[in-house]
Every structure is written in C-alpha cells, then in structure tokens.
Design a protein around this ligand. Structure first.
Ligand code: NAD
Ligand code: ZN
Length: 243
C-alpha cells in the first residue's frame, strides 16, 4: 500500500494538497472534533462569531490566545517538512488549508490558500483600516484594542456567518477540477463549503489519498486510498524525506 501511494505521488503531474486541523495535531494544536476536540467544552457560535466576540471579547480572545495562537512554541512537525520537500520536487504544489495556524507558510511552503483566514494577524472590528501581526505583546491586555480608533480587534479568520474569501474558494475549486491527485490530510471533511473541494477532485476523476487515523466523510471507492496513519509519521515516508 505504501509503495503504491509513493508511486502515485511520484508519477502524478497535477498534485494538490488539502489539509485540516489534524495536520497540526502533532505540532500540539488540538482539533475541533474527535475525542479531545475543543468543541466539547464550548459552543462554536460562542467563540467563533462576530456576535460572540462583541458579547464576550475577553472570553473569545482568551480562548484563541490559549488554544490557537501559534507564534511562540508551536513548531511545524516533520509532516510539514515533507510537504515543503514535495513542493520543491514538484515545482508546483498548491496547498489548500482549512487551518488558521499559519504552519504551512511557517514551514516554507508557498502557494498556500488559507480558506478560513489566518490567526497570525488581526484587524479592527469596525474596519477602520488597522491591521497587525498578532504578538504576545499585543495580547498583553485583553481584549486587544485598535490603537487607531479604540474598538476591539478581531482575528483575521473567517467567523461563523461570514463568507469564505471568494478568490481563495474559486481558485481552490479550479485546482480541484484540474488535478489528477489530491492529498487530503487531517480533515474530517465535514465543514462546508471547504469539504466540497475533495469531492470536486473526485468528480473530475482524480485520485484522492486520505491521510487520517480515523474515517472521514469521503466515500470508500477505487478512487479513494485511505492511509490510516498520523500525518507526521507517514508523510516523510511517502515523499522520501531523509532523516
Ligand atoms: P476536524 O477537527 O473536523 O477534524 C480533524 C481530523 O484530523 C479528524 O478527522 C481526525 O481524525 C484527524 N486527525 C487527528 N490527528 C491526526 C493526525 N495526527 N494526522 C492526521 N489526521 C489527524 O478538522 P477540520 O476538518 O479541519 O475542520 C475543522 C475546522 O476547524 C476547520 O475549518 C479549521 O479551520 C478549524 N480548526 C483549525 C485549527 C488549526 O488551524 N490548526 C485547529 C482546530 C480547528
Ligand atoms: Zn480601528
């Protein structure tokens, strides 16, 4: 099975990566769903919506600060290095991610499409034009405020009820419609519209390699190869990344 997947990755000319929260699990960032999922403790709308942010800015910012902000201490694992390596080998290897932790870029990957935005920056909630990198300094006094107009800041991620960035979603579907292989890594394929992307790849006749220790919403058929392993363990092996 591993040999077959290695051969497929090698011979495919139009490969696209699609990742979710499980890709970052081995870097210490928890997933939302599953056994130890973050959403066991909170309602998503409480933490991930404009109204939630307006109602309880401190709670929301504190949650992001503790759980997701990755500036310090969170380091991309070997699975990330493997994707960076594969990107160099292939020349072109677009990475579509649902993650907001910025680890793909941090590990040196280019052509990263962040469907749900990024936690690495924040901007003014009332859109006065202020935008900044998120640093521990900025989060020293909670919730962080806009130095220009005094309103609270928001993380630059797509919150509940907000649309996904239109250019990112349209390019992602274009890539899915034209790829011959998609690696679907660490996603439950449950969050729409992002979840439609691997289905679009399957519709176009592409093969999907799913890397996830657990089952997902993807169908069981001859075009889906399920590798039930952790991303950090298996990706270096699949792309021939040396120790
Ligand atoms: P999800 O929480 O729905 O699913 C995570 C999947 O990862 C599960 O299927 C799980 O079995 C799998 N997984 C766990 N450990 C793994 C490992 N070591 N290797 C490979 N797979 C592993 O995540 P989702 O599908 O990305 O959807 C949740 C939404 O939450 C996304 O939209 C994302 O933006 C957001 N989110 C992002 C982060 C992050 O940026 N790191 C973290 C949590 C949630
Ligand atoms: Zn402002």
């Amino acid at each position: 099975m591993i040999n077959k997947v290695q051969r497929l990755i090698k011979k495919s000319t139009n490969v696209v990566i699609f990742t979710g929260a499980g890709m970052s699990r081995e870097s210490g960032i928890r997933t939302f769903r599953g056994e130890e999922g973050l959403w066991k403790q909170y309602k998503p709308e409480q933490l991930s919506s404009i109204t939630g942010l307006q109602a309880q800015p401190e709670l929301v910012w504190d949650w992001y600060k503790k759980r997701l902000i990755t500036g310090e201490g969170v380091i991309p694992h070997r699975g990330y290095d493997a994707l960076t390596h594969l990107q160099k080998l292939k020349g072109s290897l677009p990475v579509i991610t649902q993650n907001v932790d910025g680890l793909h870029r941090l590990s040196g990957q280019t052509d990263v499409l962040e469907l749900h935005g990024s936690m690495r920056t924040a901007s003014c909630l009332v859109k006065c034009g202020f935008s900044t990198e998120l640093t521990t300094d900025l989060l020293g006094s909670m919730p962080p405020h806009c130095p220009w107009c005094g309103n609270i800041l928001r993380p630059d991620i797509v919150l509940f009820g907000e649309p996904l960035p239109a250019e990112v979603i349209s390019r992602s579907y274009e890539l899915a419609d034209n790829c011959d292989l998609m690696l679907v890594i660490g996603t439950s394929v449950q969050v729409w519209p992002a979840a439609g992307i691997p289905f679009a790849a399957l519709d176009n006749g592409a093969t999907v390699i799913e890397i996830n220790p657990a089952g997902t919403e993807l169908p069981c058929n001859e075009n889906v190869i399920s590798v039930r392993r952790k991303a950090g363990e298996i990706l270096p092996l699949l792309v021939g990344l040396k120790e």
